[in-house]
Design a binder for this molecule. Structure first.
Ligand SMILES: [Fe+2]
Length: 207
């Protein structure tokens, strides 16, 4: 069984930013509830879990992705506060960090393991995508509705819908980690390596 201190340890750097002790505790509560409902037994399993089943993750795991998106959203917010002389909206860092840490918590339910121990879409995942199951987890532990909005609206479910500011940042950070992988799969991500490879093959040299 996954323990509270194991979740706290992985997310410690970000949890320490959250000032509201109740929100901090409930973020971990939501993760523990997701682990319990999803039947996850160890942190090692979560380190092996791909962060999405929609494209090749190239070895980037679920926990790494959660940390990268939280960091990315945080830095997007800080960049505006640093560079703008006037920031025309209030950024709530508790909602931003909690939302980042929880945006994909529903994947604990959406993803499961099949009989061959391979990661696959679970029964729950067939019934609903992770923004919905994650929003339910957050509501179950009584997190504020603004954080529920980040989870519910961070992906395509949020397109064209009202969003809190923190959802916008988490959405952008999330897609900045997801889109390059999709583009790699589709061979639409232009990389210098590709150019060098083509050069070596004489493709560019010959026009
Ligand atoms: Fe994500």
């Amino acid at each position: 069984m996954i323990k509270r201190n194991e979740i706290e340890e992985v997310f410690s750097n970000f949890l320490s930013i959250i000032e509201d002790e109740e929100i901090k505790r409930k973020v971990v509560d939501a993760w523990l509830l997701g682990c319990k409902k999803g039947g996850w037994q160890s942190m090692e399993e979560l380190r092996q879990m791909p962060f999405t089943l929609l494209t090749d993750c190239k070895g980037i795991n679920f926990l790494e992705h959660t940390l990268a998106v939280t960091e990315g959203a945080l830095q997007l917010a800080k960049a505006q506060e640093k560079q703008y002389s006037i920031v025309p909206y209030n950024i709530n860092y508790d909602i931003l960090v909690a939302g980042g840490l929880l945006h994909d918590v529903g994947k604990l339910l959406e993803i499961g393991k099949n009989n061959e121990e391979r990661f696959t879409k679970s029964h729950s995942g067939k019934c609903m995508r992770h923004p919905i199951s994650g929003a339910i987890l957050a509501a179950e532990v009584d997190l504020p509705e603004e954080i529920v909005n980040v989870i519910a609206c961070h992906a395509k479910e949020g397109e064209g819908r009202p969003q809190v500011l923190e959802t916008v940042f988490v959405h952008q950070a999330d897609f900045a980690t997801f889109n390059p992988l999709v583009m790699m799969t589709k061979d639409t991500l232009i990389r210098k390596d590709d150019i060098n490879i083509k050069k070596n093959r004489g493709v560019l040299k010959n026009g």
